[in-house]
Every structure is written in C-alpha cells, then in structure tokens.
Design a protein around this ligand. Sequence first.
Ligand code: SAM
Length: 208
Amino acid sequence: MSPENPLLLRAISLGGNKNKIIEFYDDWADTYDTDMIDTIGYVGHIITAEALAALVSDGAEILDAGCGTGLVAVELKKRNVSLRIDGIDLTQGMLDEAAETHAYRELIVGDLMGKLDFSDNSYDGIVSAGVYTNGHVGPTGLDELVRVAKPGAPIVLTVRDTAWEADGFRTYIDDLAAKGLIRIREIRHSPYHGNEGIFCQLCILEAV
Ligand SMILES: C[S@@+](CC[C@H](N)C(=O)[O-])C[C@H]1O[C@@H](n2cnc3c(N)ncnc32)[C@H](O)[C@@H]1O
C-alpha cells in the first residue's frame, strides 16, 4: 500500500501554486487516465458520478469543476446520456484530453479559487472529483460552486481524507450549512485511491 505513488506525492505538494499546478498537469495529461485508474486505482470519478446521477433529472445542466481529462463526465454519460455537462479546469492540457471524450457541451479554462464567469443559480447539479485535496483547491473554492448552483441543486464532491480536517474542509462545510447556504445530505467515508489505501469524504450537499 505505501509509500504513496510518486505522482501523487508530487500532486499533493503543489501548494495551491497555480503555475506549478498547470505545469504538473500539462505534463501528466496524456498518461493521467491510465496512471490514475490502472496504477493508483482511483475511483473518485465513479463515486461522484454515481451519487450525482441519482439526484438529477434528464437534461440537467451540470458543471464538472476541475474536470481534468473528463473521467467524471464519461461516467455521468454512462448513467444518463441526456445530461448537458460543462467542464472547467485550470489546465489547458487536461481540457484538451477532456475534449477527446466528447462528453462535454463546453470546456472552459477557469480558476475555482477565483470568481467564475457564470451567473448565480446557473446549474442543476455540480460535481467535482479529485480537486478538493492537499495542494490543490482549498475550502474557499467551494463558495463559487454554491453560488452557481440553482437552489436545490446537488453539489457532489470528494475531499481527500488527509485534507478533510487538516485543511479545514469539515469546519468550512459545517459553516456553509450553518449560514443556510447549503444543506448537507450525506458525508460518506469512501475509498478514493484503491491501490494506495487512501480514502476520501464523499460530500453530497445541496444548494439552498
Ligand atoms: C486530480 S485531477 C482531477 C481531475 C478529474 N476531476 C478527475 O476526477 O480525474 C485535479 C484537477 O484539478 C485541476 N485544478 C487544480 N487547481 C485548480 C483550480 N484552482 N481551478 C480549476 N482547476 C484546478 C487540475 O488542473 C487537474 O485537472
């Protein structure tokens, strides 16, 4: 099980530095899927897609936040081909791979730590896998997901176990609920990197 895969060790040490994140993922983009799925045993895309697909209607407009190479949208489309999925990501090289899946309506370069170029209440559902983790997007990056979700829209995301308490996700999500901005439907401890023995919290939230 350990030590953790060297690619993952590099990924979690990026410190939220945008230039480093872009350089790292641009380099990794073409082998990301095989490394993550075959070597690391990643299942973040499957658990989020399963949870979200069960909560949205046919034709729903979905935002995949930090869509990477498009693994989440491919899983969503297997469960409901009618979903209209937009993907946003910091890294053009990852978006280029996502375009090859043909699972997205639109793919947009954007930063989840900044203001997103979408109106309030735009989406029927939001999904994000593998992004709210050490060295990537911190808890304040949830604010924009909440803003662009329609009232009642599910927001499904993974938070890596090692970031859950240490990076303040647990407290931040509880605060969003206490402020009446979200409802917490379920938080489930789930396998994440199956071959590494690493878990995540699968957060199934709802915009208010
Ligand atoms: C581990 S990958 C996950 C990709 C995909 N969601 C999946 O499940 O395979 C993390 C992704 O987050 C993106 N990312 C990191 N920081 C970001 C930010 N501030 N805004 C948008 N995307 C970001 C990276 O470019 C990368 O594509």
